[in-house]
Design a protein. Structure first.
Length: 230
């Protein structure tokens, strides 16, 4: 099976990304300077998580079917809940849910849900593959909300946008989903949008980050942040 390819693969390679295997896929481990990236991630770091597992479900039976599979769902639309294994369930509406696989270790929830897609269909829940059509970035660090303020009209600062909040909004004039789910004690925002606009979104974010001394980071740093507070 061919590993999913990031929609910004060329930009990552040009920036000196070091790739490694994670959860059975190839993703950016670091950009050649892990120590510097660790400091950057606490200040402002941008990671590409696009190759990692995710799956969506839509339909009148989606909530009931996912709940029966052991997924803990938020009570309202536009909310996110972290699962016991680190995966994230996002309610985009009353009838649509997006599940992001955990980034700390190998994913199992997304794979299990995808394997049960036929049963979900019988329960009036229809799977929505989210690999090819959606980029997935993570913006982390103390300046993350201030950086997003340059590209988005929604106030992402606490307490206006607390952990678990979801905004379906405009990011650098692109339609995007922004999810606030911290890693350890570091603020972290998951950014999701149309993969056709991924290069533009990545470049726009890097440009906005310059004011705060931000830089691209790899999964190794995000893993380390999570382990610090276990």
């Amino acid at each position: 099976m061919v590993s999913p390819r990031s929609p910004i693969q060329n930009a990552l390679q040009a920036a000196g990304a070091v790739f490694g295997e994670h959860s059975g896929v190839t993703a950016v481990t670091d950009f050649g300077a892990p120590i510097g990236e660790a400091a950057a991630a606490r200040r402002l770091g941008l990671a590409d998580l696009s190759p990692l597992p995710r799956v969506g479900f839509r339909g009148p039976g989606a909530r009931d079917w996912l709940t029966a599979q052991g997924v803990e769902l938020p009570d309202e639309p536009n909310q996110a809940r972290t699962q016991t294994d680190g995966a994230i369930a996002i309610t985009r509406s009353w009838t649509e849910v997006l599940v992001l696989g955990r980034i700390q270790e190998a994913d199992s929830l997304c794979a299990r849900l995808a394997a049960g897609a036929a049963d979900a269909h019988c329960a009036r829940a229809y799977s929505l593959p989210r690999f090819d059509g959606m980029f997935w970035f993570a913006l982390t660090g103390a300046s993350a909300a201030d950086c997003l303020a340059k590209l988005c009209g929604v106030d992402m600062r606490e307490p206006a946008f607390p952990v678990g909040s979801v905004a379906q909004t405009s990011l650098a004039r692109l339609n995007a989903v922004i999810v606030h789910v911290d890693v350890g004690e570091a603020p972290l925002f998951h950014l999701l949008g149309d993969s056709a606009s991924a290069d533009y979104a990545w470049t726009s974010l890097l440009d906005a980050m310059q004011e705060f001394g931000g830089r691209p980071v790899g999964l190794r740093v995000l893993h380390a942040l999570a382990r610090e507070f276990k």
